[in-house]
Structures are given as C-alpha cells and as structure tokens.
Design a binder for this molecule. Structure first.
Ligand code: FES
Length: 169
C-alpha cells in the first residue's frame, strides 16, 4: 500500500516536467530583459569615473583639443572609447572644458575652423557656430550650447568626467 503511494502518476510526471521546462525557458527569456533594463545604470558607473587628461600648466587661454580613452563595459564586452574636449582658461583663470559634439546633428566642432570667425567654434557640417564659452551663435543651426565636462584639478592635473548639457551643470 505504501509503495503504491510513492509512485508518481503519469499526470504528475507530466506536470513536473512541463513546469520545470517552462520555468527554465521563462528564466532564459527574462534574464536578458532584466540585464537590458539595468544596463544604463551599470554603464553610467563604468564611465562615470574621472580620467586624467592634461597637466594644468599646458592649458592656455586658447582652446586646445585633448583626447583620452576610457574603458567602457557593456555586459560581457569591454571596449576602449576615445573621448575629446576643447579646454581653455577663461578671463578669470577658470578652466572650461567643452564637448566637441555639435548640438545640431552631432558633428565635431573645431576652434577657429572658419576663417571668417577665428574666435569661435565652427561646425563644418551645416556652418554651425559657437562663441568661445560654448554658447551657440543665434541664427546658426545649433539651438543649444556645447555640453560642458565636469572637471576637477588634482595635483596639477585636470581630470574630466562626463559632458553634461548646460542646464544640468
Ligand atoms: S551638425 Fe553641426 S551644424 Fe549641423
């Protein structure tokens, strides 16, 4: 009698099997979705660290472009990303670090790239222009100023973090 109780019926066996297989498949589908949902959070911490870019003594009142690389981790894939900034000292000796990415459609801006406006940033894609402080020149395609890098000086070295829209700085 007790032996009979321990037997698993065909119906029970099918239930256990289907539940197990179904659970396994559901976990397989949910894992990438969860990973995708939290990925921006993980990425932000990976690229949020500040990087040493240049000795402060090298920074002049004329904007100069500096490049550096960061390691970007995306799930299991790690890649090196090159970042750039236009850096100068303003009239009050404050360091300004501007993103070179045009706010119109994302081309790269150059300092004094237009002979007619040697004291401005110039975007060659659609003749976009920015003043030295990064604000967009009215009546040119960009409708916002260049993003500004968060920065810090440690032991005579300039460290840059993320470029932020002006309204968030
Ligand atoms: S992308 Fe810079 S002006 Fe259009």
């Amino acid at each position: 009698m007790s032996e009979k109780k321990q037997q698993v019926s065909r119906r029970q066996f099918l239930n256990y099997t289907l539940t197990g297989v179904g659970g396994f498949m559901a976990a397989g589908m949910l894992a990438p979705m969860v990973r995708f949902a939290i990925d921006p959070v993980l990425q932000a911490s990976a690229i949020g660290d500040m990087k040493a870019v240049v000795e402060v003594s090298e920074i002049t009142t004329e904007p100069q472009r500096f490049d550096w690389t960061i390691e970007q981790v995306d799930a299991w894939y790690t890649s090196e990303v090159t970042k750039s900034a236009w850096v100068y000292k303003d009239d009050n000796d404050n360091i300004v670090a501007l993103s070179p990415v045009c706010k119109h459609l994302g081309c790269q801006v150059n300092w004094a790239g237009d002979d007619a406006h040697p004291d401005q940033f110039y975007c060659p894609c659609h003749d976009g222009r920015y003043y030295k402080d990064g604000m967009n020149v009215p009546d040119t395609p960009p409708n916002a100023g260049l993003d500004i890098y968060e920065h810090e000086v440690r032991d005579g070295t300039l460290f840059l973090g993320n470029a932020m829209p002006r309204e968030e700085v």
